[in-house]
Design a protein around this ligand. Sequence first.
Ligand code: NIG
Ligand code: FE
Length: 419
Amino acid sequence: MSTADLLVLNAAEVASCAGFSTRAAQGPDQAQLGLVPNGAVAISGDRILEVGPAAEVRRKYAVSDDKIIDADGGVVLPGFVDGHTHLVFAGDRAAEWEARMQGKPYLEILREGGGILNTVRATRQASFDDLLAQARTWLHRCLEHGTTTVEIKSGYGLDRDTEIRMLEVACALDKEEPLDVVATYLGGHVVPPEHTAQRSAYLDLIESTAAEIKAEKLAHFFDVFCEEEAFTLAETERLLNAARDLGFGLKLHAEQFTASGAAALGARLGITSIDHLEHIDDAGLEALAAAETTVAVLLPAVNFHLGLDESAPARKIIDAGVPVALATDFNPGSSFTPSIPMVIALACRLLKMTVAEAIIATTINAAHALSLGTETGSLEPGKRADLIVCDIPDHRWLGYAFGWNPVKTVIAGGERVVG
Ligand code: NIG
Ligand code: FE
């Protein structure tokens, strides 16, 4: 008999999502869940020891009754990885959302000084403690919906001090909370009003702030919003090159409202993920497919929240062999949900992804979008013990059901933190 600290038993299915730790799942592999019927998981410390049929795991490991987590006929999955959020912010945009629902375009709201700039004004005025308290509340909602790893971007400061304060909040949450938080510097979100007359001065400020952030280890990734009303392709290229020279991992908000060529640029630079892609064209898709390691992060909750008809061409992207991840894009403007189960339900309906593809896209492929594929995102020996139990009889219910939270137990780093 070997010893384990925890055994998860009585699962109708364990979806291990195993086999893609070193390379994200692509094409047909995107639907390979590694299902173990009547499966069990053994955990030691913060690591997974074994995943297999319950009878075998039970025979091998001795634990006392209080170390058994009874899945009670539910489905066990890796903890969700939400690889794109703007979770640190102040204020809200309920009034703008109502106007948007009555037909006012998102980019028009931004042009008039609202939208992202509305949240920037509120965030600049908020203290570290206020930002931390609000972000913690939302982070707990993410955790309750099964997210055990979350990326958090800055980008509502757009000045040195507020950007750094936002990232300090993200780093504090990483230390204090059971979730793993990955911080991203998004100084390149939009150009703030004080710099619109001289944009290059703002690019200089982004670069000098990035150097400080890197030195203080406040962010792992660097991101730019390449779009009309945000940054041009040439500006994006300049910023990404500077960030790469500083040693950041790279991400991009690309092709959201207009086709800009940003996907091809990102692919050429071999960036870790390209996010949004509603308007990616065939040339961009080919470039992305050729890049091989870049993950496409699709965000169907944005289109749902903004009431937009066009969705990212997920089927074409998967068929081209590009690994697809899904994320909430949680933020007060374009996607006000912290729920990955909701995103899976939307991906099946709006992006025509299968439930299995959507599960891979929110676990192991999402881990790759954060360069964490060998650490989390699947249930395999040696990986971090991040897993959830859902109160559903089979995995398809994750897409089939929506609007209620199916997650009943969350284990993050081997600790039972919900349920
Ligand atoms: O990912 N596209 C740009 N940035 C965010 C929206 C942020 C906001 O509206 O506050 C996004 O959708
Ligand atoms: Fe975003």
